[in-house]
Write a protein that binds this ligand. Structure first.
Ligand code: ATP
Length: 464
């Protein structure tokens, strides 16, 4: 049976993973803040991604470009003119829907005999579809004819009215990689094939709501552009090797269950015209299989566009043949960090009915806190002092939580719900022989070990 999203939303707020943005003012559309645990979880995901995609690979480097870029960037990339999602409005409630989302939801309830691909339909196509099948909103109402709308957020640089320059908040991080391509070639020793990765905030004026952090106005992307010479590198095996890397990261590194993952290949119709092949790695969220991570072979489209619009030379000179220069092709694996976080939470959620507890069974490397440290009692200074020592020893190496409130059972219960793999209790015996109890989140088994062995034991679990 599918886990309900409501359970994740409730636990997120109850335990401090995710709060609605501006909660005291009634919230803000499709916006969420990350609480103490969510912030740790996000940081762990980012760090694991960076380590595996950038640090551990000799052919990868990372950059950190701005959210505000020269506006011409978005004309060149096509976002200003083409980042248009057709929109439909309910004739009665005036609620708005992204046309493709509305049609997909409608198709689920009203299956058709013929095979229908919705993504990639243009405005007239959508209008014709709605008319032909009498598509209605979830409230059962008719819709106005679809309209195009642009999902780029606009702002302006400058303080004097009339002299302001319009700018966009980036809709993806990738363009900061393309616009720096010449700088990267000139300032590093990278040779094709090589890739550039970046993690950062992106913004889209999304109108589909109600999927928690799956789709938000402000979100974090982790994108890679992998550049290669198409005459020297065969794109298909390269593409496959990136697919393997993506799968290994999600299943191997983050420990997500394989049966909840699948590849979906884009049809010719839904793929961008410049892309030769596109796949989505999908995860089965509580609302169905949805795109987690996309990978596209984008050819030399983006660099070409920037050459045309900037007039600058963005070619790569072949080191073996100085007379030959090419516009590299790219393969782009692009993922949303917040979608990884939501997946990690859904996948970890476990109702252990036998023991009457909820456990977030995160893989230890993902868990917000790796260990919790408890002084058995609050009013015994030697015990509290010893516990502080353990807390500081572990805190230097890993996320560690301090709790000296209430009985130990309640403290375990809380740590289970936030997914802490190990709970360490300092008690009277500790004062005699420097041993503590360490309790395993999943098995609930406790053992006594020496304080000096704690670090090694927990670190081993983090490497597993
Ligand atoms: P969708 O079809 O779900 O709108 P997309 O195909 O437009 O996504 P891309 O442009 O390929 O998404 O962006 C790359 C990744 O960024 C996506 O795979 C997703 O993980 C993430 N992403 C995109 N839009 C959002 C959003 N509004 N909120 C959170 N993550 C997002």
């Amino acid at each position: 049976s599918l886990l309900s999203l409501e359970k994740i939303v409730a636990l997120s707020k109850r335990r401090g993973f995710i709060y609605p943005t501006s909660d005291i003012y009634g919230g803000l559309a499709s916006s969420y803040d990350y609480g103490p645990l969510g912030a740790e979880l996000l940081r762990n995901i980012r760090n694991l991604w960076w380590r595996e995609m950038i640090t551990c690979r000799e052919d990868m480097i990372g950059i950190d470009s701005q959210i505000l870029l020269h506006p011409e960037t978005w004309v060149a990339s096509g976002h200003v003119n083409a980042f248009n999602d057709p929109l439909v409005e309910d004739k009665v409630t005036h609620k708005r829907y992204r046309a493709d989302h509305l049609i997909e939801a409608w198709l689920e309830k009203n299956p058709q005999d013929e095979k229908i691909v919705v993504e990639g339909l243009d405005l007239p196509g959508i209008a014709a579809f709605i008319e032909k099948y009498h598509v209605k909103t979830p409230d059962g109402n008719d819709v106005f004819p679809p309209k195009a709308f642009n999902i780029m957020f606009q702002s302006s640089i400058g303080v004097v009215e009339g002299e302001k320059m319009p700018v966009y908040l980036r809709g993806e991080t990738a363009q900061g990689i393309f616009t720096n391509f010449a700088n990267i070639l000139n300032s590093t020793r990278m040779q094709l094939p090589f890739g550039v990765g970046q993690i950062g905030k992106s913004f889209r004026n999304e109108i589909t709501t109600g999927q928690f952090v799956f789709r938000t106005l402000e979100f974090e992307q982790a994108e890679i552009e992998y550049f290669f010479d198409p005459e020297k590198t065969d794109w298909q095996p390269l593409f496959k090797s990136w697919q393997d890397q993506m799968w290994n990261f999600i299943h191997g590194t983050l420990g997500i269950r394989e049966e909840k993952l699948r590849w979906r290949r884009h049809s010719d119709q839904e793929r961008s015209f410049y892309s030769k092949d596109t796949y989505d790695l999908e995860y089965e969220y509580p609302f169905g299989f949805k795109e987690l991570w996309g990978i596209a072979y984008r050819t030399d489209y983006d660099l070409k566009q920037h050459i045309d619009h900037s007039g600058k030379d963005l070619r790569f000179r072949d080191p073996q043949d100085p007379n030959r220069s090419i516009i590299p092709h790219v393969i782009e694996p692009a993922v949303g960090v917040n979608r990884i976080l939501l997946m990690a939470m859904c996948d970890a959620y476990w109702e252990d009915s036998e023991n009457n507890r909820v456990v977030m069974k995160f893989k230890p490397n993902v868990a917000p806190y790796k260990a919790a440290v408890f002084p058995l009692v609050k009013n015994k200074p030697e015990i509290v002092g010893k516990a502080r020592e353990v807390f500081h020893m572990l805190g230097k190496k890993m996320g560690t939580c301090w709790d000296d409130r209430g009985n130990i059972g309640k403290r375990y219960f809380y740590q289970d719900e936030i997914g802490t793999p190990f709970c360490i209790t300092i008690d009277y015996q500790t004062l005699e022989d420097d041993t503590v109890t360490i309790r395993d989140r999943d098995t609930m088994v406790q053992e006594r070990i020496h304080i000096a062995d704690l670090n090694a034991k927990i670190s081993a679990a983090l490497e597993a």
